[in-house]
Design a protein around this ligand. Structure first.
Ligand code: GLC
Length: 458
């Protein structure tokens, strides 16, 4: 029985098994990887930018797939692409002010349109009325604001003539036989080379690239996985050209220990720090303001500033990064709804970024009280208590016995007094668990989105 099972597995995944072996060019140790990723685990907060032709229809970046729009018809967006108000300095300034530390922009999304002046296709911004490379000035502007630069690159391509029709292709013939017939004329070898040529451009002409977000694999029948992309070849190229660059897990090599740097939970909040083979791994959740990634005019599911602040805190409280997306308009602007969120984030971050940067999940023995999230900075030994619902006067926290030296509100550095025994008075029925620290809060909740108490430990 066992032998049958193993042979079935070998038959089904012969290549994936061999891909598990570490290729000779992978040399990095675990400690070296940690060091390479140190800035990223410190910085915690990145801005995602989804921008492309789909900003014109303004009804989802998958609009071509959703509406099965033929190439000739989709062309009208290419012909009218002209973001005349694009001001990359303004984007970068807004990102910095809102507390982001890095920016990851779509250089090419699934539609195949390229935002840089690539030599390998005419389906690019420099052939539109606008006529100028969009990536270079943004990369420069970000660096000028002290932000790191990352690129998103779509493995999927609905425009390239050699990307074979599959389940994720809007123009794939529905009938499997016809699809196969149509695919005879398509040669993935050519597409694989195209990706390599483009990556080479992106990683040589735009300075230091700190993160690469490759998107995405969907192996199986009528899908595509790491062999289809030659993910190993792509990764090798990245490691050669920019060895420091941090790469996501969407090239389909999660089953290897070396084919990715971090996992990417999308549009949901993990219940706890994600693990792979029982080990906690670096993670970056990508989230939107409103549901879609590209600019969507008529979407009415925008998250409030409060929800976004809580999302950032919760992510860091579980040891993760947040990549929060803005979808600029086809004029090249962040719209009012996005600006309002960014302003709210900058208001909060201005006073509270200390509870985010350099922070991670709190040590196990310290439990967050009800309605609170904890983050912890292991270098400064400071603990940050984020209070979602402001309680009346007393906040009990366990696991800190004899360890708390000083406590203060983060927004105004005003002292929070604390005690380890409940007060004895005529009408005091308050009880506390042995070893609890009791913080004495002001009755009035500080007027910030989420108040934070900084606990300085011995
Ligand atoms: C998904 C979607 C895509 C989006 C991405 C962001 O893979 O296909 O539209 O760019 O997630 O993580």
């Amino acid at each position: 029985m066992k032998t049958i099972l193993i042979s079935v597995l070998l038959l089904t995944f012969p290549l994936s098994l061999s891909a598990q072996e570490r290729p000779s060019w992978v040399k990095e140790t675990k400690a070296e990887k940690e060091k390479r990723m140190a800035w990223w685990t410190h910085d915690r907060f990145g801005m995602f930018i989804h921008w492309g032709l789909y900003s014109l229809p303004a009804r989802h970046e998958w609009v071509q797939w959703n509406e099965k729009i033929p190439a000739e018809e989709y062309r009208k967006y290419f012909d009218r692409f002209n973001p005349d108000l694009y001001d990359p300095q303004e984007w970068a300034r807004k990102a910095r002010e809102a507390g982001f530390k890095y920016v990851v922009i779509t250089t090419k999304h699934h539609e195949g349109f390229c935002l840089w002046d690539t030599k390998h296709t005419d389906y690019k911004v420099t052939r539109t009325i606008y006529g100028k490379d969009l990536i270079k000035p943004l990369a420069d502007a970000c660096r000028a604001e002290g932000l790191r630069v990352g690129f998103y690159y779509s493995l999927i391509d609905w425009h390239h003539p050699h990307f074979t029709f599959d389940s994720n292709h809007p123009l794939a013939p529905a009938d499997p036989e016809e699809r196969e017939k149509a695919n005879v004329k398509r040669d993935m070898n050519i597409y694989r080379q195209y990706m390599k040529d483009q990556l080479k451009e992106l990683l040589t002409h735009y300075g230091r690239i700190d993160e690469l977000f490759m998107d995405f694999s969907y192996p199986g029948e009528n899908g595509k996985g790491h062999e289809d992309w030659d993910s190993e070849g792509l990764l090798k190229l990245v490691r050669q050209l920019q060895p420091h660059c941090i790469v996501d897990n969407r090239m389909g090599m999660e089953h290897t220990g070396w084919g990715w740097d971090f996992v990417t939970p999308e549009q949901f909040m993990p219940q706890q720090w994600p693990t792979v083979n029982g080990e906690r791994v670096p993670w970056e959740t990508c989230q939107t303001f409103s549901g879609s990634w590209g600019y969507y005019r008529d979407e009415y599911s925008w998250k409030s500033v409060h929800q976004l602040v809580v999302m950032l805190i919760e992510t860091v409280s579980k040891g993760g990064n947040l990549l929060l997306n803005v979808g600029p308009t086809a004029r090249g602007l962040f719209d009012d709804r996005a600006n309002e969120r960014l302003e709210g984030l900058s208001r909060w971050m201005k006073l509270h970024s200390r509870s985010i940067y350099g922070c991670t999940q709190a040590p196990e023995e310290i439990r967050a009280p009800q309605n609170c999230f904890l983050t912890y900075n292991p270098d400064t030994k400071r603990l940050y208590l984020h209070v979602l619902e402001w309680p009346f006067r007393s906040l009990h926290i366990s696991g800190l016995k004899n360890r708390l030296e000083y406590a203060q509100l983060l927004n105004d550095a005003s002292e929070i007094r604390f005690r380890t025994q409940t007060e004895q008075g005529d009408h005091t029925t308050e009880t506390s668990k042995e070893g609890d620290v009791i913080l004495s809060l002001p009755v009035e909740r500080p007027d910030v989105d989420v108040p934070v108490i900084e606990l300085i430990l011995r």
